[in-house]
Design a protein around this ligand. Structure first.
Ligand code: AP5
Ligand code: ZN
Length: 218
């Protein structure tokens, strides 16, 4: 299974990706996690993208497309993969079309902006694995610690409210047009296009997971 999770920052892509990847036995390809790992390592890529990520802007299409093409050529992607946070621009989506990357599903998780601001203020992450928590809505078993490793959780640099507002503006301008892009493709050419599904992303994590699985398993 090859699928795209589409949705605003904080919509719950990373949260639902964990369940989907486990169920279908596929790797999660989160461009955000890959870039954060590069920043942490201090690699050339990390140095290049650090500031733009901290401001909530988008990293250049050329960098992202090269990163993703390299990643999906690895052996663990042979049976499929889940894209989380990619594609994020029409150019990134076109690049996959041009490379003949056949996709089965696009799943949109829809959440409105005010809910997102609340969610991101309370988000905590385990940087090693990318596991995501919320201090109120999805708390770890022990406060401040990852459930699996017991290591400390952190707050992401880009989760300050002013940065979140900027990320939302960037989403509406550059990424939201992909909703129309994939819906139109599914209508015009259902043979080659991925199936399009939309799930309302407000409700408990379990309830959203149930709807996501229903959409994907038909
Ligand atoms: P990225 O890491 O992709 O961030 P994002 O898209 O902004 O998405 P988030 O990770 O913030 O949210 P999410 O939807 O995964 O939500 P989550 O599950 O964590 O990108 C970061 C940056 O990298 C970008 O700004 C850009 O600079 C760069 N970048 C990355 N990809 C790029 C690309 N393709 N092109 C260019 N630049 C790129 O959930 C959020 C919170 O809500 C958590 O606390 C969670 O516990 C909680 N929550 C989840 N579900 C629920 C629920 N149902 N009810 C209540 N709370 C919930
Ligand atoms: Zn995420």
């Amino acid at each position: 299974m090859r699928l795209i999770l589409l949705g605003a920052p904080g919509a719950g892509k990373g949260t639902q990706a964990q369940f989907i990847c486990e169920r279908f036995g596929i790797p999660q390809i989160s461009t955000g996690d890959m870039l954060r790992a590069a920043v942490k390592e201090g690699s050339d890529l990390g140095l290049k993208v650090k500031e733009i990520m901290a401001s909530g802007g988008l990293v250049s299409d050329d960098i992202i497309i090269a990163l993703v093409k390299e990643r999906i050529s690895q052996p663990d992607c042979a049976n499929g993969f889940l894209f989380d946070g990619f594609p994020r621009t029409i150019r990134q989506a076109d690049a996959m079309k041009e490379a003949n990357v056949k996709l089965d599903h696009v799943l949109e998780i829809a959440v409105d902006d005010e809910e997102i601001v609340k969610r991101l203020a309370g988000r905590r992450v385990h940087p090693g694995s990318g596991r995501v928590y919320h201090i109120e809505y999805n708390p770890p078993k022990e406060a401040g610690k990852d459930d699996v490793s017991g290591e400390s959780l952190i707050q992401r640099d880009d989760d300050r409210e002013s940065t979140v507002r900027n990320r939302l503006a960037v989403y509406h301008e550059q990424t939201a047009p992909l909703v129309d892009y994939y819906q139109r493709w599914a209508k015009e050419d259902p043979e080659s296009a991925p199936a399009y599904h939309r799930v309302e992303g407000v409700g408990s994590v379990d309830e959203i997971t149930r709807q996501v699985m229903q959409a994907l398993e038909g």
